[in-house]
Write a protein of this length. Structure first.
Length: 304
């Protein structure tokens, strides 16, 4: 049995599970909105308040881990910590307090683990796919198929990072949306080049914002979606467009009242929708799948 801790820029995740006959048996799957990047992402620093929230959450995680016979703890830090000037200091502090070794991984490793997570969530189609993970500090893209990764890259364009950079109005104005679109497109030219090169026809979004999109589609809009299996749900292009328009026109207060909305995603979900929309419109993708598996699940399969 293993424990995986994902120290993300917006949330910390704890997954306690083991592989049985190549299937993941989950005992704990916990997500806490630590918001370690809040207030410091664009300046590449973790604030004192964020460090305090991190320590409290990791103390809680350690108590949960101690309830199980864990063979190995894998703790991975991503965009906020890897870019922070005090990231190594935080890593050392966590080691001193909890005897947990944090690995600060680069964007390529993060992208690869995300791909392995998505790959195990359902039977990939025979065609090329684009896997997308929207974090608080970064967004990862991987193009490949069930056998091969052709291209992967992490961009420092996470939803929280863009929110702090642009400080959009409430609700988002047309000017806010245009500025974010222009910024995203200008920073992701290599993504567009590789989409044109490999021509993926499926977008597989992993966890986070994609989980919330599915929840709101089902609980608020009562849309009839297509479940691929217990881990993956397909949403049509038309239904995604309805959700995107909804997110962009509502205030934060109105978004918080949506059935299925996770409170700590309400502020940033319009940015996620903008990024997804750009990818869909810059490609010939005609299937959007949302997978509940991502990096932390990928760790189990990457190591076995």
């Amino acid at each position: 049995m293993k424990a995986v801790i994902d120290l993300g820029s917006n949330t910390f995740n704890l997954l306690i599970a083991q592989l049985e006959n190549k299937q993941l048996v989950v005992y704990e799957n916990i997500e806490i909105a630590v918001k370690i990047g809040k207030g410091g992402l664009i300046n590449n620093i973790i604030t004192a308040d964020a460090i305090e929230r991190s320590i409290k959450t990791l103390a809680d995680f350690k108590l949960i881990i101690q309830k199980y016979k864990i063979d190995k703890i894998t703790a991975l830090a991503t965009s906020a910590i890897r870019n922070a000037s005090n990231g190594v200091e935080i890593k050392n502090k966590i080691k001193d307090l909890f005897d947990i070794d944090i690995e600060i991984i680069d964007g390529n490793k993060e992208a690869e683990l995300i791909y392995f997570g998505a790959l195990q969530s359902f039977n990939f189609p025979n065609e090329n796919v684009l896997v997308m993970d929207i974090g608080g500090g970064s967004v990862e893209f991987i193009i490949g198929n069930k056998n091969t990764i052709y291209w992967k890259k992490s961009f420092d364009l996470g939803a929280v990072r863009l929110f702090e950079l642009f400080k959009p109005n409430n609700p988002f104005s047309e000017n806010d949306i245009d500025k974010m679109k222009d910024h995203f497109v200008s920073k992701t030219s290599t993504l567009i080049e590789n989409i044109e090169k490999y021509n993926p026809t499926y977008l597989i979004g992993t966890a986070g914002s994609f989980d919330t999109i599915i929840d709101i589609a089902q609980k608020e809009l009562k849309l009839k979606l297509n479940p691929i299996n217990k881990n993956v749900t397909e949403i049509t292009m038309i239904d995604f467009e309805k959700l995107k328009e909804l997110f962009l026109k509502l205030t934060i207060e109105e978004r918080l009242s949506l059935k299925g909305m996770v409170n700590y995603r309400a502020e940033y979900i319009p940015i996620a929708a903008i990024m997804i929309d750009i990818v869909l419109k810059k490609s010939e993708i005609n299937h959007l799948y949302c997978s509940s598996f991502s990096m932390k699940e990928g760790v189990f399969y990457y190591q076995n």
